[in-house]
Structure formats: C-alpha cells, structure tokens
Unconditional design. Structure first.
Length: 346
C-alpha cells in the first residue's frame, strides 16, 4: 500500500484565546493510504503546538517512520498494521492519522460505515443516535460572548463552553448565563491556568452562575484530585490525561478525551474504557481537528455513547473551509456519518 502525506493550512475565522495562548490558524497533515485495489482511506494528523507541544514537522517525521510498514501492509489485518505503526511512530497524532486512514480504507472496501465496524448499535431508523455537541464561545468581551452564546442557544445548542483564566471570567460567565437563560448548560475550560487554591476560589466565585463542569482547572493528577474533591462544580481532566497513569487514576469525575491525543479511534475507545473502569465519566472533544478527525470522533461516539455533549462542533471555526454537509450541526446534534468508511472526505 502507498502512503501519501500532504500539509493543509486552515485559518480560524477569529483567533481563539486560551490560557495556553492564542490559536489563529491550524496546520494539518492529510494522509492517504492507497490499496493495491485502488481504494483509498483518508486520515489526518492535527497537532496543536501551543496545546500539545507537538509540531507539524515532528508528526511528519513520525509518519515517515510508518511509511515502510504501510508499504508492506497489503493483506495484513488493520490491528496488526496499526500496532506496528504505534511501535514505530511515537507520536499519537501521527498514529491517529494512520488509524483514521486504515479504518476509512477498511470501511470503504467493505462498503460499511466505521461505526458498524466498531460494533455500534443502530437505532430503529438504522442509524446510531446523533451526538449532542456543545458550542464554543470564543469572544473575549462580555457583549461579544453574550451575543455568540445567544446565537448558539437560538441554534439549538444545549451546552456552551467558555474559556476561563483569560481575564474578566466573572463578567463573561455572568453575561453568557444571562444571555442563554437557565436551560442551557454552561461549561468552563481553564486549560490549566490556575494553581489549586486559586482554582477553588475562582470556581467558588463562578459557581452561582450554574456551571455544568470545569475542564482542567489545574494541571497534574494529584492537583486535579485535590481540586475535584473540594470544588463546588464537577471537574474534568483534559490536558493531564496524557500523563502516565492519569486515565486510570479516577482523580476526576469526568475526563475529556481527544482522538488526536489518543492515537485515533482505537486509542480513543481504549482510553475511554480505562477512564470508565476507574469510575470517571467520559466525553469527547476535538483539538480543532479537520473534518476527518471530527468524523472519526463521531464514529467512536457511536460506540461510547457519552452522556454529555461533546466538543466536536468546531469545524465552523475555520474560515473558507467547505464543510461536508454530513458534518453540519443541527439543533445541537451531529449525525454519525452513514456512508462507507469515515463517510466524509477531507
Ligand atoms: Mg479543554
């Protein structure tokens, strides 16, 4: 089989400010695995240097390490090829790209969607249940955040998420709550901005606005455990989930999982099983992935059935990206693509 790698640059409509820096554009690597029969499977690598410290060049090098394995992979089981790539490519972002492409290829060859290959159960209409998603409010000022949140609520989103630890948190949180009413869940993400004592004080101050959960108020397994034990709001682990033993720690009642960081669909499902076995509830989110990463996460969600909205409604953040209509958000839900493989094209 042949491996093709091509870079792609996506610009955000408006730069997204987070506690780890401002993200203005995304560089992805599109990956294609071409079989001898002419069928191709597509995947993507979506490292986010300001967030995971992994650069595009790192990922490209890791993908090159997989090239000889993919070259000799015709006829071998997908799991075996992926296991070899996991050994050769140390970066989960690169493994994720190969994983997505191999699932896509297998699904297209068998003419079935990936969710079916994963063993997800369809509903009475023959499709898996749609996946509830949250809106991400990017505006840094009160009025802008309130307007964005009101638009999201009007569009049917049942959950909106706000970055905190970036200044005027209390003002923005109050403005957003006032704009959306009490029915819409309000989720916060501090991206590890705080120290434990500080986190508890901030969360205590923001809790009266009615907060669904706060993601990564602090970094570190024991730090998260300490904050989760005392905070007035449920705590979710996000960035810390990559730390050794973090997923199995049960340190937080919630864990946010990302396909790119978990090494693809298979890794994401394994991570969810580990976290759930430790007593944590899981939900999924993107690291501003491209369409293939979002589609892969939707297929995984069909099996995992997270009880809370997932952070997968992020494609709209890109300017000039013609999003596959199959990945559109309607009334706060995304459908799991029904076509063969991942069901969408990059
Ligand atoms: Mg987060």
């Amino acid at each position: 089989m042949r491996l093709e790698i091509a870079p792609r640059r996506l610009r955000l409509r408006t730069p997204l400010q987070t506690a780890h820096g401002t993200v203005a554009e995304r560089e992805l690597l599109d990956v294609l695995i071409l079989g001898a029969d002419g069928v191709a499977g597509a995947g993507e690598a979506a490292p986010l240097p300001s967030y995971d410290g992994v650069t595009l060049d790192d990922v490209r090098a890791a993908l090159e390490d997989c090239r000889p394995i993919v070259h000799d992979a015709e006829g071998l089981p997908r799991a075996m090829v992926l296991a070899e790539c996991r050994r050769a490519a140390v970066l989960p972002q690169a493994v994720a790209a190969i994983d997505l492409a191999l699932w896509d290829l297998e699904g297209r060859r068998a003419d079935v969607p990936v969710w079916r290959l994963l063993g997800a159960h369809p509903g009475p209409d023959g499709a898996p249940a749609p996946v509830a998603v949250n809106a991400l409010i990017g505006a840094e000022d009160r009025a802008g955040a309130a307007a964005e949140a009101a638009r999201a609520a009007a569009a049917g989103f049942g959950c909106v998420k706000l970055k905190v630890g970036i200044g005027d948190d209390a003002g923005r949180v109050a403005a957003v709550r006032a704009a959306v009413g009490r029915e819409v869940a309000l989720r916060l993400d501090a991206n590890g901005a705080w120290e434990p004592e500080e986190a508890l004080a901030h969360v205590r101050a923001l809790a009266p606005s009615g907060i669904e959960l706060v993601e990564e108020p602090v970094h570190g397994v024991e730090e998260l455990r300490a904050v989760a034990a005392e905070a007035d709001v449920p705590v979710a682990m996000d960035e810390t989930a990559v730390a050794p033993g973090a997923l199995a720690s049960g340190a937080t009642p919630l864990v946010c999982l990302k396909l790119s960081r978990c090494g693809g669909i298979g890794g994401l499902i394994e991570a969810a099983e580990t976290a759930r076995a430790a007593g944590s509830e899981v939900y999924l989110a993107s690291t501003l992935d491209g369409p293939l990463g979002i589609a892969g996460a939707l297929h995984a969600a069909a099996v995992l059935r997270p009880a809370r909205p997932c952070g997968l409604a992020t494609l709209d953040a890109f300017a000039g990206l013609e999003v596959d209509p199959l990945l559109a958000v309607a009334d706060g839900y995304m459908q799991v693509p029904a076509g063969p493989g991942l069901g969408v094209r990059a």
